[in-house]
Design a protein around this ligand. Structure first.
Ligand code: MN
Length: 290
């Protein structure tokens, strides 16, 4: 049975938040997993990280970790100092996940997010090679720690290096590390893939993590996403990993502008309404992932 989770930022306007309150909330709502932003955790320091990990253990809640690397830590950068800073930063993020006894870290971990400007195709190819060298180096630490390093495949407007499961799989294989896996996300797949099924089958046993949401990033069940095709394909590859919803429905703050949420997609929901929406989506997915 797949663990079903939710990303804390569904409720938040900023990437830094009172994570303890979200551990309690999503447990109460019935989720198995809470996904946190690992950059914010890294800044909190070891004491607070350990307290949060302890709280999650007490609550019986599983934690997962994600991030889109900031431009200052772009591990695909043409600037060598930036690339070195990025590799060191990712090392500290892995230290954080390891300290919290996590076993996965996902996101745009091979470049920065969101991508700046519109690079040429030649720029992309060169950035891919630099990203590959960086991830090869980083994967040693992921292996040592037993952490799956899950490269999120995103749409062309957010990054150009890995837009499809096929590109991601080739890249992961070239790293030579079994710990380098893929994170597929239905929102991005809907833009870039021919079919959900083919993309999921292409990822196959390299699929390390899975994000879900509707085409406009509403919670699962409120749009026209092909849920039957998606869940059948996950079943077909015997995917045992987590399925984490990553809805974004509220405009405003850093989250709103980073995600480009420019209208209220929540129907004016207050906090209780947001909780109810998350709970409904959880039941919707539980039924389909049975
Ligand atoms: Mn995602």
């Amino acid at each position: 049975m797949n663990k079903i989770g939710i990303y804390f930022a569904f409720w938040e306007r900023n990437w830094t938040a009172d994570y303890a309150s979200y551990i309690r909330k999503v447990k109460r709502l019935g989720f198995d997993t809470l996904e946190l932003e690992v950059g914010a955790l890294e800044k909190m320091g070891a004491d607070r990280q350990l307290k949060l990990a302890e709280l999650a253990r007490e609550e019986g809640l599983d934690l997962t970790y994600c991030i889109g690397l900031p431009p200052a830590y772009d591990v695909s950068s043409a600037d060598n100092a930036t690339r070195r800073a990025g590799i060191e930063y990712v090392g500290r993020l892995l230290d954080t996940v390891y300290r919290m006894k996590g076993n996965m870290m996902g996101g745009i971990l091979y470049a920065c997010w969101p991508m700046k400007g519109a690079p040429s195709y030649e720029d992309k190819l060169a950035a891919r090679e630099r990203a590959l060298e960086s991830v090869k180096e980083i994967s040693k630490k992921a292996e040592e720690y037993g952490i799956d390093y899950c490269l999120e495949i995103v749409n062309r407007f957010e990054q150009c290096i890995l837009n499809t499961a096929a590109e991601g799989k080739a890249f992961a294989e070239e790293t030579g590390s079994e710990r380098v896996k893929l994170l597929l996300d239905t929102f991005h797949m809907n833009i870039e893939e021919d079919t959900f099924r083919d993309a999921i089958l292409t990822a196959g046993d390299r699929l390390g993590h899975f994000h879900i949401g509707e085409c406009n990033r509403k919670v699962p069940g409120r749009g026209h996403m092909a849920w039957d095709e998606i869940t059948a394909a996950l079943h077909e590859i015997s995917y045992q990993g987590r399925v984490v919803m990553e809805p974004f429905v509220k405009p405003g703050g850093q989250v709103g502008s980073d995600i480009r949420v420019y209208r209220d997609l929540s129907g004016g929901a207050d906090e209780a309404g947001m909780d109810e929406m998350a709970r409904e989506a959880l039941l919707f997915m539980r039924e389909r992932l049975k």
